[in-house]
Design a binder for this molecule. Structure first.
Ligand SMILES: [Zn+2]
Ligand SMILES: [Zn+2]
Length: 337
């Protein structure tokens, strides 16, 4: 099989084509695992941090990619579900130990022994991959593969971010940055009856935000009509975190959906006072995935995608870095339909 292999991470300015379309042996599913023929794998901001060396995987070379849609074509010993022929999705959480204090209280996303797809274990930027059968998900049939793929991280983690920001039905919600994750989160927030303000630099992203129901769209330095009750920062920028606090009402909360962020600049305590809260969002649980995918089945989300071939993945990473992707970039693999 062929896969996009990362051998040596480096900034894209130094190494503009870090992913090599390489021949690899077809993986065999071990006990408890399934093998998928990959139909599509969406590109996440986390992948950009990995190829640029800001997040260091434990071993190289690596096949990244953790928003995988494929068809099960082989099952390992002891696997009852899914079955051969099932269409399933694989997300960022590849495995957790199930026995630590975090896992036992339903916070497997914080497990200190957790493994992540396309980071600790090979991911989905290839024609086939294997996954632990307990960490794959059935997918709503209404979405073709290229639309289902971005649901698996952008969608799930965006959903967790809304929850962790304390979003309640009818709240006024600020979304700071408007990429793959925010364009799905806004649709969930609108479904909950929230009024949504979107803060983003890009005119194209502002247009998409308005089309998806934003009541206001502007820049982070602009003044929206009101302060927001809660918000999610999607832009991996500490400066945006500080600016977002300035748009938050007293007692409001802000969730930062970023796996990597260089630093949050110093700011006056008055920006946090009046019981404002800032918290990070780290990974997601299987429960988040199941809840969000059930919602996606019900809602008919509009999923904005740019579908590319594996050979164009490096160019897509650069475009993502420049903020030039509307919605999600998705790599399509020819091994499946
Ligand atoms: Zn991701
Ligand atoms: Zn654990």
């Amino acid at each position: 099989m062929k896969a996009l292999l990362l051998r040596s991470p480096a900034p894209l300015s130094v190494r503009p084509a870090p992913l090599e379309w390489s021949e690899l042996p077809l993986p065999e599913p071990g006990p408890g695992q399934v093998r998928l023929l990959v139909a599509a794998c969406a590109i996440c901001h986390t992948d950009l941090h990995i190829v640029e060396g800001e997040l260091a995987p434990p071993a190289l070379p690596l096949v990244p990619g953790h928003q995988i849609v494929g068809t099960v074509d082989a099952v390992g010993r002891g696997v009852r579900t899914p079955r051969e022929g099932d269409r399933v999705g694989v997300a960022w959480l590849a495995w957790a130990d199930g026995v630590c204090a975090y896992c036992r209280e339903g916070r497997e996303n914080l497990c200190e022994r957790a493994r992540f797809t396309g980071f600790d274990v090979p991911g989905g930027y290839g024609e086939a991959t294997v996954a632990d059968a307990r960490y794959v998900y059935g997918l709503p049939s209404r979405y073709p593969a290229h639309e289902a793929a971005p649901l698996l991280c952008a969608g799930i983690i965006g959903y967790r971010s809304l929850r962790l920001a304390g979003v309640r039905p009818g709240d006024r919600v600020g979304l700071f940055g408007f990429g793959a994750s925010a364009h799905l989160a806004i649709q969930v927030a609108r479904h909950w009856g929230c009024e949504v303000y979107v803060f983003t630099r890009s005119d194209a992203h502002r247009s998409l935000a308005r089309a998806l129901g934003a009541a206001w769209a502007g820049g982070v330095a602009d003044a929206p009509p009101e302060k927001v009750d809660c918000g999610v920062v999607f832009a991996p920028s500490g400066r945006v975190v500080v600016a977002a606090l300035g748009h938050l009402r007293r007692g409001g909360s802000l969730a930062v959906n970023a796996i990597y962020l260089d630093r949050i600049p110093e700011f006056p305590y008055a920006g946090l006072y009046w019981e404002r809260t800032v918290r990070s969002v780290a990974n997601a649980t299987r429960r988040d995935a199941e809840e969000f995918l059930a919602l996606a089945a019900e809602l008919s989300l509009r999923v904005s995608t740019s579908v590319i071939q594996p050979e164009d993945a490096n160019a897509a990473l650069s475009a993502l870095k420049r903020g030039e992707i509307d919605g999600a970039a998705v790599v399509r693999f020819s091994s499946a339909s």
